[in-house]
Design a binder for this molecule. Structure first.
Ligand SMILES: Nc1ncnc2c1ncn2[C@@H]1O[C@H](COP(=O)(O)OP(=O)(O)OP(=O)(O)O)[C@@H](O)[C@H]1O
Length: 219
């Protein structure tokens, strides 16, 4: 479970204060995948980062009682001067997992050949994206955090392999997706929420959430 208790978060933009959450309280329960609908620039990434523990709230608490992933595509824990192999083994140890397994799984999935043994700093954007995605799928989490759907990779073979594993994983675990598109949310989630005026409004069905979201978009 992830629980936000009276969480406030805002940024000072130089002229005004941009409020992302204002004393917001909500929960993500295990087994109830949640899609959060919010227009671009309103705080999707900030909320996902707070769920992952990468960003702190200004006030309130974020409690985690499950294994929560880093956001899909996140490269923050990866060290550029080290190779894919070294990074995979290091991250496996951080999570208390078998380094041989994590290394061989991510080597197989990301399919970047000999680059896996070269420094991550030499990877193309596509390779980096495949590498971090492979690493995330090599680790087991209870709750997966996804910012705006699948990362953009143009490698058809990778998308097929990784998409299949992700779908299988998501069937057994819980996912939180933040997106500006109801279509992305529809694919994975049981429950939907709309971010509006610093509050997260939870709905049992996507249809109800869409009504508020569309209403907002028109207004
Ligand atoms: N560290 C920061 N300092 C100042 N402003 C910030 C900071 N981080 C985010 N913001 C601002 O807060 C708002 C929300 O940012 P965030 O990246 O969470 O939104 P988003 O919905 O994910 O955006 P996008 O859809 O464009 O990726 C934006 O206006 C952004 O400029």
């Amino acid at each position: 479970m992830i629980e936000f208790q009276q969480v406030s978060k805002s940024f000072w933009t130089g002229k005004t204060r941009k409020v992302i959450l204002d004393q917001a309280s909500f929960r993500v329960e295990l087994g109830r995948s949640l899609g959060i609908l919010a227009p671009n620039g309103t705080g999707k990434t900030t909320i996902i980062n707070m769920m992952a523990g990468l960003e702190k709230p200004d006030e309130g608490k974020v409690l985690r009682t499950s294994r929560v992933s880093f956001p899909l595509g996140f490269m923050g824990g990866v060290i550029n001067k080290h190779s894919g192999t070294e990074n995979a083994r290091y991250i496996a140890r951080l999570y208390g997992l078998d380094a041989d397994y994590v290394e061989s799984f991510s080597r197989w999935l990301c399919g970047i050949g000999e680059y896996f043994d070269m420094p991550v700093g030499t990877y193309s954007a596509g390779m980096r994206s495949r590498f971090s995605f492979s690493l995330m799928l090599a680790l087991e989490f209870d709750i997966y955090l996804i910012d705006e759907g699948m990362p953009a990779t143009t490698d058809v073979e990778f998308n097929r392999k990784a998409g299949g594993i992700l779908r299988e994983r998501l069937r057994k675990s819980t996912v939180v997706i933040v997106s500006h598109q109801p279509r992305t949310v529809e694919k994975f989630c049981h429950q939907a929420a709309v971010l509006r005026n610093g509050q997260l409004y939870m709905f049992d069905t996507l249809e109800e959430a869409k009504q508020l979201y569309d209403y907002e978009a028109q207004g």
